[in-house]
Design a protein around this ligand. Structure first.
Ligand code: ZN
Length: 62
């Protein structure tokens, strides 16, 4: 029987965040917004405890 393991590559490429409140792992931001000058803001909502927070990061020029 072949057992598929989760790919590490996906883990690295996806924005992954831990809930500041309960520590649950969030995989998909609720929405994302481009702020200009390569900056992106993600808004997150934890499904486990319902808390919300935002993160901002700068995209590296390709
Ligand atoms: Zn939470």
């Amino acid at each position: 029987m072949v057992r598929l393991s989760p790919t590490r590559k996906l883990d690295v490429m996806r924005p992954v965040l831990k809930c500041e409140d309960c520590g649950d792992v969030l995989y998909n931001p609720e929405w994302s917004e481009f702020l200009g000058e390569g900056q992106v803001r993600h808004a997150w909502r934890c499904e486990a405890c319902g808390c919300r927070f935002e993160t901002t990061f700068r995209l590296e020029a390709a």
